[in-house]
Design a protein around this ligand. Structure first.
Ligand code: 5GP
Length: 191
């Protein structure tokens, strides 16, 4: 998505060779018009799967996910993060290692909002090692629902997330794919 790449070049900040900060339009302040256009791209790519629900991980995936859900006319589910395990039998729960914070957290999904008939699309803001996406996949599959695809806003292609997900047979579609990140240098993979 050309417009997203331009915005990353203009406003993105490489904090290190592995972490990109995009607080001005995605992670802190949100540009709704850009989010809407992301939704258009995700809808175009994933329309073939007859998606019934979109899932995202709180909180930075919410903006692009809700814009996609609106355009696909399906509900969006926010997978909730919590610090410790909760012993409840009305939720699915899995442990995830956070790439940016370096700690483990619990991801939960209420059984009320998913059924084995659902055909789901998982949307997240970044793909690094694939931990967050893999956790979301575990929750969906535990419910018996189908994961049709993973939609990512910014993929850091020099990290192993995409390969890990593709090796398991998942369809990964990313709006921007970064091949190299350095101070004052951001390079993209051109499709
Ligand atoms: P993964 O689970 O694929 O290793 O990392 C993805 C998650 O970590 C995303 O949900 C995102 O919140 C966070 N993340 C990973 N890399 C970055 C990054 O470079 N910048 C920001 N802002 N978040 C990141």
């Amino acid at each position: 998505m050309e417009k997203l790449e331009q915005r990353i070049l203009q406003d993105g900040q490489a904090l290190s060779e592995t972490v990109l900060k995009v607080d001005s339009f995605l992670n802190h302040q949100v540009d709704p018009q850009l989010m809407y256009e992301m939704g258009t791209y995700f809808k175009r790519y994933f329309d073939k799967y007859n998606i019934t629900k979109i899932l995202t991980i709180e909180s930075s995936g919410i903006a692009p996910a809700v814009m996609t859900a609106m355009q696909m006319n399906v509900p969006m589910i926010i997978l909730k993060k919590s610090r410790s395990k909760t012993l409840k039998d009305d939720i699915y729960q899995t442990t995830i290692h956070s790439f940016t914070k370096g700690v483990d957290y619990e991801l939960t999904l209420s059984k009320k909002y998913i059924s084995s008939q659902d055909r789901t699309l998982i949307i997240d803001d970044f793909l690094a090692n694939g931990e967050a996406a893999s956790g979301a996949i575990r929750l969906v599959e535990e419910s018996g629902a189908t994961v049709c695809g993973i939609g990512i806003v910014v993929e850091k292609s020099f990290q192993p997330g995409r390969k890990k997900l593709e090796d398991q047979g998942y369809d990964v579609y990313s709006l921007a794919r970064i091949s190299k990140l350095e101070k004052n240098l951001i390079e993209f993979i051109k499709e």
